[in-house]
Structure formats: C-alpha cells, structure tokens
Design a protein around this ligand. Sequence first.
Ligand code: PLP
Length: 444
Amino acid sequence: IEREQERFRQSHPRAAAAWEEGQQHFLYGAPSHWMRRWAGGFPVYVAEAQGARIVDIDGRDYVDFCLGDTGGMCGHAPEPVTRAAVRQLQRGATTMLPTLDSLWVGAELARRFGLPYWTLTTSATDANRGAIRIARMITGRDKVLVFSGCYHGGVEEAHVEIREGRVGLRNMIHPNGVDHEAVSRVVEFNDIAALEAALAEGDIACVLTEPLMTNFGMIPVAEGFHAALRAATRRAGTLLVIDETHTISCGPGGYTALHGLEPDILVAGKAIAGGVPAGIFGVSAAVAERMWAQVPRTNPKHRQSAHLGIGGTLAGNALTVATMRAVLEEVLTPDAFGRMTACAGRLAEGAEAVIAEHALPWHVTRIGARAEIMFSPAPPTCGADVIAGRDPGLETLLHAFYMNEGVLVTPFHTMFLCCPATTEADVDRHTAVFRRFVALLRQE
Ligand code: PLP
C-alpha cells in the first residue's frame, strides 16, 4: 500500500500541494469529508469532468466508475443538463415559486415510480428524513427499522448496526445525543423471521431500506424477501419506505418498477437532477389521504397536509426542476439504461474472467448498471456476512493501484457504475488494469 501511495504522491504534485493548502481552510481538508477518503492518501483535484472521464490538475486522466458515488450517474456535464442549467440560471434559480417544468417533472416521477404525490428536497438525506417524519406522524410511533450494514445519508436513525444482538451505533458516527435504542431497530437483511418478530412488537413507524443493499458491499435480495417484507409491514401497520437513491441504476423506475414493489413511500436523489443537488420522495394515495386527514380543509378543492418541517428553501427550485426534467426526458432514458447495463455486464464478465483465470476465491455481483468485485467466494446475504468477507488491506491496495492506473471506483468498497457515456473501451481498460492488479499480487 505504501509503495502505491508513494507512487501516487510522486505523480500528483499539484494535488499534494492543494491538499496541504486545504488543511488551512476546511475541517476535513476538503469541502466535504467524503472527498478525503481516497486510497492514494489524498484526493485528486478535478480540472474537468466530461462523460465518463475526469482530467485532474496534474494532467492525468481517469475513466470514472465512481461517478460521484452515483451522483454523477448521468455522466459528467451531459449536454441536456448543461443546456437546461444555463438557461434556467439566466432566468432565476431560486424564487420560492414553482415553474411550469415542475408539472412535467411531477407527472413523469409518478409515471416512472408508480406513486402519485411527490415532494422535492435538496438531498436524498433530506428526502429520507421527510419520509420518516411522515411515517411517524401518521402512525403515531417513534421507531424506524433499518437493516444492519445500511446507509441512508445523514439520517440519525439509520446510523446503526447490530452489535452483540442489539442496536449498536455504527462506529464512524458519534452518538450526537440521540438515544438510538429509543428510535431505531436493526435486523439483518434477508432475515424474514427477525424482521417479523421486530414488527410484531407494534412500535415501528416505518421500515427504511434499499431494495438490495449497496453501501458496504452489495447484498443481493433473497427469494421471497420482498414479498415477506411487504406482507409483514402491512400486518403491523408499519410503512415501507424504499430508498432507491443507488438502485435507480437498475432502470428508469429503479428496482421498484422493475420488480413491481409496492412501497408506501419511495425516496431517491443523487443522479436525479444530473448532479445538481436534489432529492425526491413520493407517497402512495393512501399515505397522502392519511396526511390530509390530519389537517382541517379550508378550501375543499385544495388538499393540505401538515408541512412537518420538510422542505428547505432551495428545495424544488427552478434550477433543480429544469435539470431534473432534462435528466428524465433526455438523459436517463430506457435506451440509456440499456447501454449502461450492457457495459456493466461486460465489466462484470471481464472481471470474472480474470478471477477464473487465477482461480481466486473472489466473485463479482452485478445488478443493472452497477457491479462490484468482492474478495469473498460468494455474495453476502446480510451485514454480518459483508463484515466477515471484507479485506480492508486488499481493498486499499486495489484502490491505490487503480488511481495510479487511471481508474476511479467508489472508494469505500470496490463498486463500479456505468453511465450513458461509458464505452466498451472504458470497460476493457478496467479489465486490463484489474488483470495487472492480480498479476502484481501474484508476483508479491
Ligand atoms: N440513500 C442511500 C441509499 C445512499 O447511498 C445515500 C448516500 O450514499 C443517501 C441516501 C444519502 O444521499 P445524500 O448524501 O446525497 O443525501
């Protein structure tokens, strides 16, 4: 690892200097703490990002499979988004008044995801917080059930994992005064019996989950799990919140539309406005009715619900709505998903071939446009499996090596995402770099 980090330092003198300077201005050395988590020891500084490519200030270029941890899944600077953003910036970004684009966006979200009523936020974190507030309001309950190994952004209730069979704080998070025992329940993903037992206690407002887990290593969903989850939440009077922030990479309506899930609330964000900060959540007609029922109607034609402190001054502003429209109309089209998925399939096959050539005890998981190399023989079934199967040293070595070889992947694990601009040549470049990485390991 040290050798790869030294190689990185030597070839990135400008980034090294920028990183030094950043220490004087930023709490984490960079504007956001996520930006510092790169295996080279410090991040590259972007000069320009276009399509699936990044050029840094040291003049090196990368094929980008990290894509802003899904925030850049549209590809960088897609022309329709740039055009819409420039046009809208010239006409005013934030007025706290709606534009006509919002009507198109609302109708399209309903069509794609199958839920009728939508709210825009400035991030997926905020959208998840909004979903939880609604669940608490209409159920009158406090607890949120999440799965061990989940991540849903800066949502306190979800900063938990299973520790010695109980709710334990995820070690990267400070308690912040929140009593997690009082507000969170955690069970292992795919464990239907544990889920049903927790829900049967009758004190859970909502289950917040990704359709399959993507954040600490991809965990595929077991046969029958979604049906059991839906049935058990209905029995318990608990809302089902599906967080599609990452799994929107499965297709135009995310995993939900592809597999006919029936969430009460659906959340997404990141790529949904082409990299302009945005989150969305949609609610079912039944949830909306229960919200409206709590507020007396002044005008019978206009439905109102308690605003619950959900929103944000910049939420749903004209810029976000214009770029979201461009994404939904011209960028994340069914055709684009077809190409992205084919590229991810090729990437997975290339990596699998290298693994097979060397008979390594590793595997590749892929779903839609997303793929992951895991250093364990079989896909994990739950959070505990992921922890047991990970090899942090090997992951850091791979990430540092990849940065030196011009390939960017999600720095927290070995996750790849393809965007509409990713080409077969980009994918083959990864296969060649992965082959060199394995050769390097063999040689040592
Ligand atoms: N939900 C999921 C599934 C995520 O993976 C993330 C971020 O990684 C979030 C929500 C939060 O997104 P943001 O940080 O953009 O608010």
